[in-house]
Unconditional design. Structure first.
Length: 75
């Protein structure tokens, strides 16, 4: 699990467990510092697919916007 995937997991799971809105602070920080959103887990899942699974719309929006700004590496 990459740091970015771990951040999305922590943000999404934390929101599910507490019933509070998910935040995107760590995901945004890691993207700004060069984390690769296309890196995959052993099952092939990415940070974006995990964010979608959690319904973590802030992370989905952020990761999709990142992909639009980096078209050479977009999925």
């Amino acid at each position: 699990m990459t740091l970015l995937i771990h951040a999305v997991d922590g943000e999404g799971d934390g929101a599910v467990q507490t019933g509070t809105p998910a935040h995107v602070d760590m995901t945004a920080f890691l993207l700004a510092r060069g984390a690769d959103p296309h890196a995959a887990m052993h099952d092939g899942g990415t940070a974006l697919s995990l964010a979608r699974r959690y319904g973590h719309w802030l992370a989905v929006e952020l990761l999709e916007a990142w992909a639009l700004r980096h078209p050479s590496t977009a999925e």
